[in-house]
Design a protein around this ligand. Structure first.
Ligand SMILES: C[S@@+](CC[C@H](N)C(=O)[O-])C[C@H]1O[C@@H](n2cnc3c(N)ncnc32)[C@H](O)[C@@H]1O
Ligand SMILES: Nc1nc2[nH]cc(C(=O)O)c2c(=O)[nH]1
Ligand code: SF4
Ligand SMILES: [Mg+2]
Length: 222
């Protein structure tokens, strides 16, 4: 299967349960969800005019929305050619679950990588059984998509972006029918806002949840 790839880079996972772990990021192009505060808006449109050759998305700045088709094999070959050493592989976007990720995640596991998906939960998650799935549920966004029970139930980690009490109330309502016993819940302040961070810290302490700050933003790395 071919996937539209916006950028591939090696860095430190900055968010969630795997914060601090060296990781290769594969960012897929395309997302219809429309979060007003999205930090990767260049990935929303899959414009034919922005299609480039496969080598033009490896370790280059993806900020102008270019994309190239890659297969699992061409990606794994590119990691080797660039001398990437991380064994943790994060598939993000855009919205990666627009695409069936079974092929990609299985090929990555067969090549010795541990995989993680970052998804909004608005499309069904199709991936290898071993993949760590982080769902960052998007409620009432412009695109009008709803979070799916399939995605919430598949999640290993629920990482909720939060700025106000309203976001917390929305999360509580969404999670009420879900069995959370095998899931880690993280709150992630939106855009490093001090009030959002203070709220997230307060709630995490009260509920024994985890704080996820976007450490790469503080470090000014990819
Ligand atoms: C850019 S999204 C891509 C993956 C997928 N579309 C999703 O939303 O989970 C990656 C992560 O960044 C988070 N995120 C995006 N913009 C953010 C912002 N301004 N502040 C905090 N988190 C943000 C998302 O909630 C998600 O957890
Ligand atoms: N360092 C780093 N960690 C991240 N964790 C999730 C990211 C994302 O954009 O999905 C991201 C990212 O873009 N960079
Ligand atoms: S779902 Fe993810 S990529 Fe899409 S707009 Fe929201 S934060 Fe951005
Ligand atoms: Mg990011």
């Amino acid at each position: 299967m071919k996937y539209p790839v916006n950028e591939v880079f090696e860095t430190i996972q900055g968010e969630g349960v795997f914060t601090g772990v060296p990781a290769i990021f594969v960012r897929l192009q395309g997302c219809p969800v429309g979060c007003a505060w999205c930090d990767t808006k260049q990935t929303w449109e899959l414009l034919p005019a922005n299609k480039v050759s496969p080598e033009q998305v490896i370790r280059v700045d993806g900020s102008i929305g270019r994309w190239a088709e890659h297969t699992p094999q061409s990606l794994i070959a590119a990691f080797g050619a660039k001398g990437f050493t991380a064994r943790h592989l994060v598939i993000t976007g855009g919205e990666p679950c627009l695409y069936d990720l079974v092929d990609l995640t299985r090929a990555l596991h067969a090549a010795g990588y541990q995989t993680q998906i970052e998804t909004s939960g608005t499309f069904e998650v199709h991936c290898a059984d071993e993949t760590w799935v982080t769902v960052s549920p998007k409620i009432n966004m412009k695109g009008g998509y709803k979070v799916l029970t399939q995605a919430l139930e598949r999640a290993n980690e629920i990482k909720h972006p939060i700025a106000t009490e309203k976001h917390l109330d929305e999360l509580d309502a969404l999670l009420a029918p879900i069995d959370l016993s095998d899931k880690t819940i993280c709150l992630q302040p939106i855009s490093q806002k001090p009030r959002a961070t203070a709220l997230a810290m307060r709630v995490c302490i009260a509920r024994n949840w985890r704080l996820s700050i976007q450490t790469h933003k503080y470090l000014d790395i990819d």
